[in-house]
Design a binder for this molecule. Structure first.
Ligand SMILES: [Zn+2]
Ligand SMILES: [Zn+2]
Length: 299
């Protein structure tokens, strides 16, 4: 049994707070009589938990730190070109960059297929039947030798290629300064595919694009709710049906009245991106712009 509070304790209790910052508990050892002090187990005050907002770093600061670290590493450890292997400050050296397939092609502003007419802005397919998305930016064509890089990222988990693709996409986007988005969404994989592969290649690219474009990444706003057969293994006619109802928006507020930028690695027929854009627009997205690393040329 503890005795009643002594007069000394009463007089000093406002002056002996615990020294742990933010803890208002009074320190008992300083005020109890000496005899009692010896019998009491000292009270251990754990520091209050750090508020979450104190741990988070503002996006612009995080971006500055990342760019500074990257610049330092580039200076100290000059990299090499992923295509020719020669030392290069950028992932694709200035000699190889113009050799990327379709890097300077004139493309349809909606589906990014190569156009042969220099003054046309849209392909015949988009004019006849406009897709649900509004614009597409691609870095290069899905053709040799750059297609090997995509396959290395996707099937051999060469995640070090993700910064190469994000840099090339940023460069491609600079040629269309009027295209602006409010947020980034990577094309989601199904849980089963994600478990098999271990990563989502679109997410790996989008994660790097977000600080470069100063846009928030809403990776969980949209999910794949239905397992679909790989599009590459299906005849053209079955691809659209294969994707129907494949996506769902989990957080409507994240996309409502927003211009969404969807990130993907390869665009072949466009059915996957079309289905995703349709789903986003059904949930209130005002505009959908695709950022795709490689576009399969139309035959
Ligand atoms: Zn090179
Ligand atoms: Zn088109």
């Amino acid at each position: 049994m503890l005795p009643a509070i002594c007069r000394r304790y009463d007089a000093h209790r406002q002056q002996n707070p615990c020294r742990v910052i933010g803890c208002a508990t009074l320190a008992r050892r300083a005020v109890y009589p000496r005899a009692l002090r010896q019998t009491l187990t000292p009270t251990i005050h754990s520091p209050p938990p750090m508020p979450l907002h104190a741990l988070s770093v503002p996006d612009h600061l995080r971006s500055c730190i990342r760019n500074a670290v990257r610049a330092c590493l580039d200076t100290l450890l000059p990299g090499s070109c992923v295509l020719c292997g020669h030392p290069s400050p950028s992932a694709v050296c200035p000699r190889c960059h113009p050799l990327l397939p379709g890097i300077a092609s004139h493309r349809c502003r909606i589906c990014a297929v190569t156009l042969s007419e220099p003054f046309a802005s849209c392909c015949g397919s988009c004019l006849a039947k406009p897709p649900a998305f509004d614009a597409t930016i691609v870095a290069f064509d899905y053709a040799a030798p750059a297609d090997l890089l995509i396959r290395d990222l996707k099937f051999r988990a060469r995640l070090a290629l993700a910064p190469v693709f994000s840099d090339l996409l940023v460069q491609a986007l600079q040629s269309s300064p009027s295209l602006r988005g409010d947020l980034l969404i990577p094309v989601p994989l199904s849980p089963a595919r994600l478990a098999t592969r271990g990563f989502n290649q679109s997410m790996e690219i989008a994660r790097l694009l977000a600080p470069q474009l100063a846009l928030p990444l809403e990776a969980s706003a949209c999910v794949r709710v239905r397992e679909t057969a790989p599009q590459s293994g299906l005849p053209f006619a079955q691809r659209q049906g294969n994707m129907r109802g494949a996506f769902a928006v989990r957080y409507r507020r994240a996309v409502q009245q927003r211009q969404v930028m969807v990130v993907d690695d390869v665009m072949t027929t466009g059915h996957t991106l079309n289905e995703l854009a349709r789903c986003l627009k059904r949930h209130g997205a005002t505009r959908v712009i695709n950022l795709v690393v490689a576009r399969t040329p139309r035959r």
